[in-house]
Design a protein around this ligand. Structure first.
Ligand code: NAI
Length: 335
């Protein structure tokens, strides 16, 4: 199937090249991000392959339909960026990679917790300058403290497993988690209020939906313990960033670690080091000593890239052969 792969990064090409051998899939790499202005590049293709910050809103999907695109293969798990109903009405099938390496994101989540807590990023700089002073580097033992995980799917569970290994108490909120299910995992299922009130670290692992949009806002922040740590490796819009900035300025929120940002589409996956960044909210975040931002790299391990490439190419092959695919996104699924 002739497929155009948008937002291709150089590190993806060798991985896809290996998987493509003898696959029968004809994949053409394209660096540009998909939006209304680049949609016409798909002329002559039957399928496209996209990533998290490609634009799959109604107007773009209608244009892709005019251009006879039949399949959109997401090389990611989340599909909050897709207008699934418009795709279905247009007869465009959307397939995704449901779980490629939950451990990759869980381990990055824990890396953020550890760095923010023990300030290893600051210590690294200090030692290189010959400053061996410990002032400002004081952390706390994770052992004996409480983590609250919102969303207990593949990544939430993998994160819980690691944190339990540190000796933390783990609370979780997930509408589909039963008390029994939680018990088997060695954690406790609680309501959101309780999670906010009792957790020293709150970490988000739920999808972005209408219900979870700006889940972290002034009301939820006001319920958190003074000095709590907030981590988001899921989707940027789970957090109302101006509200979080107010909580950081007031000293109510103790630490923030984010791998995702609501307006990341204008920033991430590109080298903007020679440009003036116009997003003042994002720039304000970078000024706090207790904030750590990474550019959506939670998924970025060798194992995850291999798994993404394998499943994506398989999804395209299966759709071409049978006209359907078990990894098809349906409107009733949560993104
Ligand atoms: P999953 O589908 O396995 O789990 C999501 C869980 O969230 C489910 O158990 C679901 O019941 C729960 N949930 C749904 N609505 C909820 C709500 N209102 N409140 C609390 N929980 C709710 O998904 P997975 O693989 O664990 O991924 C979680 C999120 O991580 C994805 O939606 C995606 O946004 C993000 N992600 C980030 C990556 C990164 O590189 N930073 C890479 C991959 C995923």
């Amino acid at each position: 199937m002739k497929t155009l792969m948008f937002s291709t990064q150089s590190y993806e090409r060798p991985v896809f090249d290996r998987v493509l051998v003898n696959s029968g899939v004809n994949l053409v790499y394209q660096k540009a991000r998909l939006d209304l202005s680049t949609a016409s590049l798909t002329e002559g293709f039957e399928a496209i392959c996209v990533f998290v910050n490609d634009d799959l809103s109604k107007d773009v999907l209608l244009r892709l339909d005019e251009l006879n695109i039949k399949l959109i293969a997401l090389r990611c798990a989340g599909f909050n960026q897709v207008d699934v109903e418009t795709a279905e009405q247009s007869g465009i099938t959307i397939v995704r990679v449901p779980a490629y390496s939950p451990e990759a994101v869980a381990e990055h989540t824990v890396a953020m917790i550890m760095s923010l807590n023990r300030k290893t990023h600051k210590a690294w700089n200090r030692v290189r300058e010959g400053n061996f002073n410990l002032h400002g580097l004081l952390g706390f033992n994770l052992c004996g403290h409480t983590a609250g995980l919102i969303g207990m799917g593949a990544i939430g569970r993998a994160t819980a497993k690691i944190l339990l290994g540190f000796g933390m108490d783990v609370l979780a909120y997930d509408p589909f988690l039963t008390d029994d299910g939680a018990k088997k995992l060695g954690i406790k299922s609680v309501e959101l209020d309780q999670l906010y009130q009792q957790s020293d670290i709150v970490s988000l692992h739920c999808p972005l939906t209408e219900d979870t949009h700006h889940l972290i806002n002034c009301t939820s922040l006001a319920q958190m313990k003074p000095g709590a740590m907030l981590i988001n490796t899921s989707r940027g819009a789970l957090i109302d960033t101006p509200a979080v900035i107010r909580a950081l300025k007031a000293g109510d929120l103790g630490y923030l670690g984010i791998d995702v940002y609501e307006q990341e589409g204008d920033l991430f996956f590109r080298d903007l080091s020679e440009e003036v960044i116009q997003d003042d909210v994002f720039q304000r975040l970078l000024t706090f000593p207790n904030v750590m931002v990474t550019g959506h790299q939670g998924f970025f391990t060798r194992e995850a890239l291999e798994s993404i490439a394998n499943t994506t190419v398989n999804n395209i092959k299966t759709f071409e052969r049978t006209g359907s695919c078990e990894n098809t996104v349906k409107p009733q699924l949560i993104g």
